[in-house]
Design a protein around this ligand. Structure first.
Ligand code: AMP
Ligand code: MG
Length: 535
């Protein structure tokens, strides 16, 4: 792809190019805080023979290795529904690609390694708290089976960075850090939107060719056959693939209770990977209207329950950007029109799997009602989403047999009691008086489904345990790890780093406390339930 001919590092509009060469700005005293061995292996690093000091030096941007060609890319984007013009890698610097052990070319990217031509008014740096959040969450998502960019390393820079966390006139100096991210590609929807907005069809076409060539070898034949119809169909297939992988990603977010928080089109990967961990959050008490992002608290555009619709809005922007090259509005529209239906089919299947029901149950006339009633139950009073589904495993496995009918009538509330947040006017078991019948009825319907679609209890348990995590990276847990890490104690951070690597395992002592409800003190605290874009 064409490079910006200017190599001086100052902020400017860049057109006719995809990237600018830029050197990372050295940091004072880099210290390696964490390294993901799994990512290291994939990118071909042998962590046993690597020198820790050199790792810190390379992955903070202080030292370049032979072959590295640092550069920042230029993209635009729709932010909170509005076209924002040129954005670009303001604090991300690609070091280059390495061919990994699995034959995948991984791009290594430093986040927080200093200003680039796209830094606008900002400093190109990142604070420790947001870097810890990005490092842990990327790896947590990977182990949960959610498509994501990865995190190789977390390095403390030894410099401080000044941030006004809630934009309220209270700036403070915070420790700075650099995360090295790894992904087969960091290309975003916004990379296409910018040349499209500028009417640079040549660059747009070049970029589309480049992306299909690198990401979709299966489409090479048609792309380069020389026939215009073949070419167009390859481009349309690529777009349809982006739609599918994006919808799949969002579905996985919904499965584990993840809220991205800033689904601007510049934060959407064309590979359907979760990218740019900012003010993200995890659902504790189930609430489709919840967003952790205080910057979005009025409009709640990026709230939990809205994510699939927003993804489609973003895909619509991508389709608009591609139109000058593909020039087939009808075909693009028809792909977009198919998305809600496809998503709904996948959502029902995902929900069935969370409930431990085999695919046959999807065709049951009562299945839609079972899901609707479940949604109603989950919002009728504060219920912890993760714990609820995990508790449902025991309930499901005990109530397979028809003989259990009588005993099971009342026991849904017993089974899910650990998931209930305290409410006023509740039964001793924690169910609000007004909600008693909702729980009873749903328990009965669910039990009928379990009996109608019987499965060996061991199989049911295994299936449900593989899609309902026991451990998610709750907001307050990361915040505690950050607080202690800032004071020099990495114990809590290391515990979380260990737990995210086995999220579906039952937690035994001394880790039991990580599988319990969010404590009351954390429900209204900065970093725990409220996060801003400041990072
Ligand atoms: P985000 O909301 O983090 O996805 O960032 C939106 C845009 O702001 C992107 O172009 C980022 O590169 C840029 N940006 C965010 N923080 C900084 C920073 N500290 N320095 C330079 N650019 C930044
Ligand atoms: Mg971003």
């Amino acid at each position: 792809m064409p490079a910006d001919p200017v190599t001086d590092n100052y902020c400017r509009p860049v057109s006719g190019a995809l990237y600018s060469r830029v050197q990372p700005t050295p940091v004072a005293d880099p210290k390696l805080l964490a390294l993901s061995n799994d990512v290291a292996e994939r990118v071909g690093l042998n962590t046993r023979t690597c020198d820790q000091t050199q790792l810190a030096s390379v992955f903070s941007g202080n030292e370049l290795l032979p072959g590295m060609d640092p550069h920042a890319t230029v993209y635009g984007g729709h932010q909170f529904g509005h076209w924002a013009g040129q954005l670009g890698d303001g604090r991300a610097i690609n070091l280059g690609d390495v061919l990994g052990a699995d034959d995948i070319a991984w791009t290594l990217q430093l986040k927080g390694a200093g200003a680039t031509p796209y830094s606008r008014q900002a400093d190109g740096r990142a604070v420790l708290r947001s870097s810890v959040r990005e490092f842990l969450c990327s790896e947590a998502m990977h182990h949960l089976g959610v498509p994501t960019t990865r995190a190789l390393s977390l390095v403390l820079t030894g410099d401080t960075v000044v941030r006004d966390m809630f934009y309220d006139g209270n700036p403070r100096a915070e420790p700075g850090a650099v995360v090295c991210r790894a992904s087969p590609s960091f290309i975003r929807f916004g990379h296409f939107e910018l040349p499209a907005a500028r009417g640079d069809v040549a660059l747009l076409e070049n970029l589309l060719d480049f992306v299909i060539t690198t990401d979709r070898p299966d489409l090479h034949g048609r792309l380069s056959s020389g026939d215009a119809t073949d070419r167009r169909s390859a481009c349309l297939d690529w777009f349809a693939g982006v739609c599918d992988s994006t919808q799949f990603m969002v579905l996985q977010w919904m499965r584990v209770g993840f809220v991205h928080g800033v689904m601007n089109t510049d934060n959407m990967s064309v590979l359907g990977l979760t990218i740019d961990y900012g003010p993200y959050g995890w659902i504790d008490d189930y609430n489709p209207d919840w967003t952790p992002n205080t910057t979005d608290s009025e409009q709640r555009r990026y709230r939990f329950g809205q994510q699939a619709a927003v993804a489609r809005w973003n895909l619509f922007q991508l389709a608009n950007a591609l139109y000058p090259v593909i020039q087939d509005a009808e075909a693009l529209q028809s792909i977009l029109n198919s998305l809600p239906g496809k998503y709904e089919v996948a959502r029902r299947k995902m929900q069935a799997s969370k409930l431990g029901l085999p695919d046959e149950a999807l065709g049951d006339p009562a299945f839609t009602e079972l899901l609707d009633d479940l949604e109603h139950l989950l919002v009728c009073q504060p219920i912890d989403m993760t714990i609820f589904y995990r508790c449902l495993i025991d309930f499901a496995c005990e109530h397979d047999a028809p003989a259990a009918n009588e005993r099971s009538q009342a026991s849904l509330s017993d089974a899910i009691a650990p998931a209930l947040y305290p409410v006023e006017a509740s039964d001793p078991d924690g169910i609000a008086v007004a909600n008693r019948s909702i729980f009873k009825q749903w328990g009965r319907s669910y039990r009928q489904f379990l009996q109608r679609y019987p499965l060996n209890a061991m199989t049911r348990r295994k299936n449900m345990s593989a899609v309902n995590p026991a451990f998610v990276l709750r907001n307050y847990l990361v915040q505690q790890a950050i607080d202690t890490l800032e004071q020099g104690d990495s114990t809590e951070f290391e515990t979380l780093f260990r737990l995210i690597q086995q999220p579906y395992e039952c937690l035994a002592e001394p880790d039991r406390r990580f599988a319990t409800r969010r404590p009351a003190w954390a429900s209204n605290r900065a970093g725990c339930s409220m996060l801003s874009c400041s990072s």
